[in-house]
Design a protein around this ligand. Sequence first.
Ligand code: AMP
Length: 478
Amino acid sequence: SGTSGGKQKIFPVNNKFFEDMAFIFALRSSLISKHIEGDEKGKVVMLFFAREQSITPCGLPISTSVTGYLLSDSFKNRPSNCFTSPDEVTLCPDLKQTMYCHLLCGLRQRDEVVAMAASFASSLVGAVTFFESYWKEICSNIRSGHVSEWITDLSCREAVTNILGGGNSELADNIEEECNKKSWKGIIPRLWPNVKFIQSIVTGQNSQYIPMLEFYSNKVHLFSPAYGSSETMFGVNVNPLCKPEDVSYTFMPNISYFEFILADEGNKGEIVDLVNVEIGSYYEPLITNYYGLHRYRMGDILQVSGFYNNAPQFRFVGRKNLVLSVNLEVTTEEDILKALNNATLILQRSDLLLMGFTSYADISTLPGHYIFYWELTAKNISDTIKPDNKVLVECCCVMEESLSALYREIRSKDGSIGPLEIRVVQQGTFNSLMEFSISQGASPSQYKTPMCIKSSEALVVLDNNVLARFFSDKSPPF
Ligand code: AMP
């Protein structure tokens, strides 16, 4: 798919793609209105980012799917505009200026805001960390009614100046008071007191951000709205109030022609149509869209969890080829997430929170071993990050105990897998990793932190920022 496979791919699309996206957005809004009272009267801090388009030698524009949508008539002529940011902010090609202005406009209209949204949860967490560095400047802009000089995109600057509408020192004081408090727990509803829900994809790779978002949002409801890709939109979550771990997506049969490759253990390869999928079975979607004579294999694994009327609903399981392995064992995305969830329970006992992680199967030395890169933050923003050796070593052990029976056997019995390692990296490292991926063509709106790293250049970004290393100190039981 577009950016998720780790390298950029190019697909032909036509207006139908953008109409489908607009249809899915409209459907999401009506589902929210059905379940969450009063949301239609308020505004949304929508963290959309556009990138500059490039042009093929024969003159066709190339852009990421979100950028394509933001530049299309479907976005321009959307039936209602409930975003706090003017389009000039969303369309500004400079990521940093856009992020700053999204937050500035959102805070200036704080009392009207009922939701905060981004395509993927990583952008929301990124927005909070960005705000940690810029809140003083944002407050000073609100106080004076004057936008910082480094916002040089003229149309963006003009639109934001209009939104500010002059200085407002009372609002600046209130925001400063919240930011000066010791802990940033619940900072989102503290900044936007009328916020009713947070909307972004929190399934698959993005489930790693749930604990962070719950911390920043004080458990304001998290709504994971839809499943889509650069190839096609698939479906929506028709039950916005369900818990993040129970999210399923109901497929929209009118959007593309959907087929499914059976991926059940020992029964792989058979292809069935949407009407023939069976509850409980695992599938990889195969899609034929309306934009060209292509049939795409998605590389995602889904499990049928139920039906909405006759439309099948799918739980997102993970990316198919995303595995760690240093010997005969196969560690899937689901295994990694399970191990991580168990380790975060240990981490919760300390003052630290996991901001981001990725992993790597290091076979450069024998025996090979798993490395997890962790970026940590302190619950109290002013505290320095002091990872406790005992806690981090226990996290390593708990992760190993959570991995597959084969991993544990190889690691414990014949020692062909070395002790699992956690490398704690400096704050901001995962931001640098995102910036590196964007410089390689990834889309800022569609960026997902890879659950495991394959690129040696990306590894250099991580390894240059390592603060401390911890190893598991015992073999896991098997
Ligand atoms: P892209 O490659 O940037 O077009 O992104 C599409 C990919 O993002 C999909 O193939 C999935 O791997 C992932 N993705 C999109 N929506 C979801 C979702 N709701 N839950 C989990 N992963 C998703």
